[in-house]
Design a protein around this ligand. Structure first.
Ligand SMILES: O=P(O)(O)OC[C@H]1O[C@](O)(CO)[C@@H](O)[C@@H]1O
Ligand SMILES: O=C[C@H](O)[C@H](O)COP(=O)(O)O
Length: 880
């Protein structure tokens, strides 16, 4: 017999304080049970943290779980850990059977966050016990006062409990009392007692570590207190589990709650490495040992039976002396409990972080491949360090509004986008069923009416993905130009067109006017569907008019953050896109942006830090260079970035669809971000412009890109110190336009301007925004694009192009709230012979558009911004 076997013979159960997958699968545990009389296992968050972080055992299981759709590190942890616990329970089952339920247990610890939550502990422990579904499993509950209350309830419910983190004899007694009370409940209820088992994990070596530090160097008390403390606990055990009260329970089949000596690995190398085993040998006890202690004891452990009962007088003397030193063991125990919980909590967090780092699927790894961040590299690196220190990503995921502003208004109720990849899969069935019915009812086309956040993502889906077999063709209308409306109307078979009215607020004037216009044309509610927030005026209108359906979106999702909500996904479903795959891609990116993924590994955090720091360093022209198959994504990202960051006099000016030029075309105010496969950036990088490349593996990855940019924009807002979820200046132009219409002030229009002055005013760091209130045809777009490039190359300033009123719901916020560096050139029709009335309104579409031109001009002028009005032809003459 080796010393371990002799220890077993002396009445002590030997458990190992260790767990790892290969420990089970290699047959090692099984060998230990055969050769070393090992009869149990304990685990805790530290053990799991080390198992995952310090071995390769979990690489493959994690990848497999990810492939099966698991994303959340916590969920992955439970899947893996519980699989291990079950497997260990199987290995130990023969012991359990042979000992008739006395031994052969595996312990799994509750998360430390439940330590002060009795109902939470009870419910999670019961759930775990049911879920693991093995008779020889114990759930570990900490010995806090709330934990002890849970022990009573759990015992009464027949759950095996291992009470952990016990340092004080008084607390030990409370624990034993809770166990007895739990058994008595069972007895009173006529339930069996025999299958209920429990151990009380009394920690040993940690007590010496704490007390030794309080004693003077060379004190003979050093290294004595932990064992004396445990011996006292054993004395209490003998008392509690004897006498009439216990006998009554024992007669009904109850098992004693065995003291388990935990923390028996020697921490102080000056002490014997088997000290906390040799000194505490006795019947009805368990010693859980780390593998090193197990090996040491097998090698040179000495079994003197009943050491736990030896030298009790000395133990008493130790306590007296301790008091003379003014050390209160109860205080020390309380501190050790608090430290123990904090340590396990930290290990749990680290464990989840380690899982998250492995979860990130290979295809999202290395997403951030900066060609050359040049001058920005140190500031971005510093920002990422700060983010790690301040737990920025973690706080964003915890929806902590103070990441942005001390006031929660329009922040706390705007963070729903973070959860969409997780929550929206529930609704895909509903969306697809709707589309099937629409098709079955003969609709072959769809027309989406919406502005900004309610139309830009649908437009990206439609233009990037096309219409799949089984989908309906989708057109988006976000112009009030009469010719654009007439063109849309002409291009479709209205009778077979489903009209999607999309507005979060349900009060956007353009959308409601479009809705009235097309409703008057068809008069059939079943041709219409609304997407809106619960309780909006559009919901009421849709119900009044008998729309075919009303899709209510979660109200905590802001318009420009709604691509992965119903606002984006219903239109995507209509064109036959694989909505589940879009969300899957979004979920992968959400996972890559997780709180546990730090620094440059976190695609959203990294991009946000880059955009924000670039803007702070004067490189506020975020120039997006998109691969051809992703080009339509630019308009969506433009709204997201501009409307989110352009406020309080700061902001990022997104520059999209500006053809790539030579090095000389650009000033030092640019940051280039390339998406997908694009060439031609090396010269810019070589010339010192910061250039970042984001890998996108194909259009089907749109869901991931939406999420990446949303997260990045939220981070950029944090870096700039603004609230990225409001749009405080949008109302100014809206109000002005409605006032003009109400007061019939269209005749006050100041007319056209000479462009020489404004163009001559352009300086370094400025940008020119072409605001086109003309028909947004491809031909007009081409002409405006040529003008942009000419201005850029001649004046070395960034240029943007937006059609009105569409841009009002996108970059309009930035124009008014952002930095005062824009020159705004409104491009209007020379004449417009066509106008369209709006049913039930005292103004036409032509008048609405004219009022919007004037309204925005007034709003810009009031803020002292440079604004000029011209026609396309005059602009060509002035610039080409
Ligand atoms: O979805 P709604 O409420 O019609 O709003 C459309 C757009 O208008 C804005 O509120 C700006 O006017 C955007 O933020 C929004 O995306
Ligand atoms: O149940 C076992 C305990 O968690 C373990 O023994 C603690 O040991 P430590 O003090 O070495 O961390």
């Amino acid at each position: 017999m080796n010393p371990l076997q002799r220890l077993h013979e002396a009445g002590q159960s030997i458990w190992v304080d260790f767990l790892r997958r290969t420990f089970l699968t290699s047959g090692e545990l099984s060998r230990l049970t055969r050769e070393d009389a090992v009869s149990g296992i304990t685990s805790n968050p530290t053990i799991f943290r080390r198992a995952v972080a310090e071995s390769v055992d979990y690489e493959q299981p994690i990848q497999q779980l990810v492939e099966h759709g698991s994303r959340d590190p916590r969920e992955i942890f439970y899947q893996m850990a519980l699989a291990d616990i079950r497997a260990a329970a199987e290995v130990l089952r023969p012991v359990y059977v042979q000992t008739k339920g006395h031994d052969g247990f595996v312990s799994f610890e509750l998360e430390p966050r439940l330590a002060h939550d009795t109902p939470g502990s009870v419910s999670v422990a019961r759930h775990l016990a049911e879920h693991i579904d093995k008779p020889n499993v114990m759930i570990k509950v900490p010995g806090t006062s709330e934990g002890i209350l849970a022990v009573e309830e759990l015992t009464a419910a027949g759950v095996n409990v291992n009470i952990t983190l016990l340092f004080s004899v008084a607390t030990y007694e409370d624990v034993a009392e809770a166990y007895l009370a739990g058994l008595e409940h069972r007895l009173a209820a006529g339930q069996e007692l025999e299958r209920v088992a429990s151990v009380a994990s009394f920690f040993v070596s940690r007590v010496d570590s704490a007390i030794d530090g309080l004693l003077p160097e060379g004190s003979p008390l050093r290294g004595q207190v932990a064992i004396a403390n445990a011996k006292q606990a054993y004395q209490r055990f003998l008392t509690v589990f004897s006498g009439a009260r216990w006998d009554r329970l024992a007669r009904a089949g109850a098992r004693v709650q065995r003291p388990l000596w935990a923390s028996t690995g020697t921490k102080n190398p000056a002490y014997s490495d088997v000290r906390y085993v040799e000194e505490l040998i006795g019947p009805s006890t368990v010693n859980t040992m780390p593998l090193s202690t197990l090996d040491a004891f097998r090698d040179h452990g000495c079994v003197r039976p009943l050491t736990v009962l030896a030298d009790l007088d000395e133990a008493e003397a130790v306590f007296l002396l301790l008091r003379e030193h003014g050390i209160d063991l109860e205080d020390v125990a309380a501190g050790l409990l608090a430290d123990g919980l904090a340590g396990f909590a930290a290990d749990m967090e680290e464990l989840l972080a380690a899982i998250a780092a492995k979860v990130k699927p290979a295809r999202l790894r290395g997403q951030n491949t900066p060609t050359n961040l040049g001058v920005l590299a140190p500031t971005v690196a510093k920002r990422l360090d700060d983010a790690a220190r301040n737990e920025t990503a973690s706080r964003i995921w915890s929806r902590d509004h103070t990441v942005w502003k001390p006031d929660a208004t329009e922040i706390s109720d705007r963070l729903g986008w973070l959860g969409l990849p997780e929550t929206m899969p529930e609704r895909t069935g509903e969306l697809q069923a709707f589309v099937r019915q629409v098709r079955a009812d003969g609709f072959t086309q769809a027309l989406l009416l919406g502005m900004g956040g309610s139309s830009l993502a649908p437009e990206v889906y439609r233009r990037v993905l096309g219409v799949a077999p089984g989908g309906v063709d989708l057109t988006i209308l976000d112009s009030t130009h009469p010719r654009a409306i007439a063109a849309v109307e002409r291009s479709r078979d209205l009778e077979h067109t489903l009209v999607v009215v999309s507005s979060k607020s349900g009060g956007t004037v353009e959308t409601l006017c479009h809705c009235d216009y097309f409703f008057a044309k068809t008069g059939r509610g079943e041709q219409f569907v609304a997407i809106t927030d619960p309780g909006s005026p559009l919901e009421a209108l849709a119900r009044r008019r008998g729309f075919r359906a009303v899709f209510l979106n979660p109200p905590d999702v802001g318009g420009r953050y709604s691509a992965l909500s119903v606002f984006g996904l219903l239109p995507a479903a209509l064109i036959g896109a694989d909505v589940a795959a879009i969300l899957e891609a979004g979920a992968e990116m959400a996972c890559a942006c997780d709180r546990y993924v730090a620094g440059s590994e976190n695609p959203g955090l990294w991009l946000g830090a880059l955009m924000g720091e670039a803007a702070r360093a004067g490189r506020d022209k975020l120039t997006l260079i998109l691969a051809a198959d992703l080009a339509p994504f630019g308009a969506w990202a433009e709204q997201l970035v501009a409307e989110s960051t352009g406020k309080e006099g700061t902001g990022i000016v997104p520059v999209v669809d500006e053809e790539l030029g030579g090095v000389g075309s650009y000033g030092p105010d640019r940051l280039f971000v390339a998406l997908g496969d694009v060439d031609g950036l090396s010269d810019l990088a070589a010339a010192g412009h910061p250039v970042a490349r984001l890998r996108v593996s194909g259009p089907e990855r749109l869901g991931a890109e939406f999420f990446r940019w949303e997260f990045a924009t939220a981070v950029a807002g944090h870096v700039l110190g603004v609230n990225p979820f409001d749009q405080p200046n949008v109302a100014e132009a809206k109000k002005a336009a409605l006032h003009i219409l109400k007061e019939r002030r269209l005749d006050d229009d100041p007319g056209l301007d000479d462009l020489n002055g404004p163009l001559g005013s352009l300086g370094r760091g400025d940008y020119v925004a072409l605001l086109a209130y003309i028909d947004p045809t491809p031909a007009n777009t081409d002409r405006l694009q040529r003008i942009r490039l000419a201005i850029r190359d001649r004046k070395h300033v960034a240029t943007t192009l937006g059609f009105g009123p569409r841009y009002l719901h996108s970059t309009g916020q930035l124009h008014k709230g952002g930095p005062d560096s824009g020159l705004f050139i409104q491009v209007v029709d020379e004449t417009c012979e066509l106008d369209l009335p709006i049913p039930g309104r005292p103004f036409s579409f032509g008048e609405l558009l004219a009022a919007q031109v004037l309204g925005d001009q007034l709003a810009l002028r009031r803020l002292g911004r440079r604004v000029a009005r011209t026609t396309l032809r005059a602009l060509e003459e002035a610039t080409l």
